[in-house]
Design a protein around this ligand. Structure first.
Ligand SMILES: *[C@@H]1O[C@H](CO)[C@@H](O)[C@H](O)[C@H]1NC(C)=O
Ligand SMILES: *[C@@H]1O[C@H](CO)[C@@H](O)[C@H](O)[C@H]1NC(C)=O
Ligand SMILES: *[C@@H]1O[C@H](CO)[C@@H](O)[C@H](O)[C@H]1NC(C)=O
Length: 343
């Protein structure tokens, strides 16, 4: 081949490659088709992983509702009773459990789903917490995540991320300004420990020691740690109270739910204006687990892994003192004194 035409071929190939690369990386939102596809895929994988992680740790996980397991009738024997209940279809939720993660959100929603008038969305929907993805897909996307229900049933979903993601409260308010919100909480120190045990489990133990994560080099609480900060509940609740009325948010004690579920569930039933139908006869106490289990669905995720005893008392004390003023602020905002230890 003569020199000139070889050069032309080379220039042509290089130009083609450059144009191809430019086309791959550029699109209207400036991030590149290729990149955004990868990001979408990664997002999807991440969501799947998070969905897995958010399931109760126990192997006796109750079946989820809807497409992924357990028909409405299996889960809820009353569901097929009576022909005057209207059509069975997917309805948008009128109640949402907004958090806090690791405080019993899964146990609560599974217990509530034992109620003939309540149906739960499977997994964590994350509609209001993912502004650029799920939320941008619109209400029909949201509706499709909901289980089938009759007219006289309430659809409820739970997404702990709603509590902490800025803007989620506003988006929920715009969706339904009179919606019923449920917030379940535990002593932030217990939450932190239980969150750590969960992460440790997920990461097969490949995680820094608890103390190293939550205490900084000066011996103070590490406020750079996201999980530490999440325990300052009042900061996040404030966002909700800026738009919602206080009585639209039921604040549930996660510890009481574990110790004696029925009285707590009764409060939720009242709040949601459904009949009081969940009774003690639907639960039994598992001595080994130290946990209430449903007669129908078995045991809900109990705290296994790291216990209080595994964390040095000094560290517990530092954490409790750190949270004490924040807890007081939270009691003030909620009007409930949870009496979490202060030292
Ligand atoms: C908003 O939520 C309330 C409380 O659950 C419910 O009564 C109402 O029907 C909902 N509104 C819409 C438009 O879904
Ligand atoms: C709720 O309770 C009322 C009064 O006890 C009863 O008439 C009604 O049928 C119950 N509704 C459902 C859905 O169980
Ligand atoms: C009680 O809990 C233990 C430990 O998780 C479990 O192995 C056992 O099957 C449970 N028993 C019942 C009756 O649920």
């Amino acid at each position: 081949m003569p020199y000139n035409s070889r050069t032309t071929v080379r220039v042509f190939i290089v130009a083609t490659i450059i144009i191809y690369i430019i086309m791959l990386f550029l699109n209207s939102d400036g991030r590149g088709i290729y990149i955004s596809q990868i990001q979408k895929k990664m997002q999807k994988i991440k969501t799947n992983i998070e969905a897995d992680q958010s399931k109760p740790e126990s192997g006796n996980e109750p079946p989820t509702v809807g497409e992924s397991g357990g028909t409405l009738e299996q889960r809820n024997p009353m569901a097929s009773v009576g022909g005057s209940r209207g059509t069975l279809k997917r309805r948008l939720p009128t109640a949402i459990i907004i958090g806090v993660g690791k405080c019993g959100t899964s146990a609560l929603i599974h217990m509530l789903s034992m109620h003939p008038q309540i149906v739960e969305a499977p997994g964590e929907v994350e509609y209001f917490s993912r502004k650029l993805t799920y939320f941008s897909y619109g209400l029909e996307w949201y509706r499709k995540r909901m289980p089938l229900s009759y007219e006289d049933q309430i659809t409820i979903e739970k997404t702990p991320q709603y509590f902490k993601i800025p803007g989620a409260s506003n988006r929920i308010f715009e969706y339904n300004a009179t919606i019923h919100l449920i917030l379940i909480v535990k002593d932030p120190v217990e939450r932190l420990i239980s969150r750590y045990a969960h992460d440790k489990n997920v990461k097969n133990g490949k995680i820094k020691p608890f103390e190293e994560l939550v205490i900084d080099s000066n011996g103070a609480v590490n406020i750079q740690d996201h999980q530490v900060m999440l325990g300052i509940y009042w900061r996040y609740l404030k966002d909700y109270l800026e738009v919602f009325q206080r009585d639209q948010i039921l604040v549930v004690d996660g510890k009481k739910l574990v110790q004696n579920p029925v009285p707590v569930i009764e409060k939720v039933e009242k709040f949601l204006k459904v009949n009081e139908s969940i009774t003690t006869s639907q639960f039994y106490f598992n001595e080994t687990k130290g946990f209430w289990c449903s007669v129908t669905f078995g045991c809900m995720g109990a705290n296994k892994g790291l216990k209080h005893e595994d964390v040095r008392p000094e560290v517990i004390s530092i954490l409790r003192k750190f949270y004490a003023p924040h807890n007081k602020e939270f009691y003030k905002l909620t009007g409930i004194n949870f009496k979490w230890p202060e030292k």
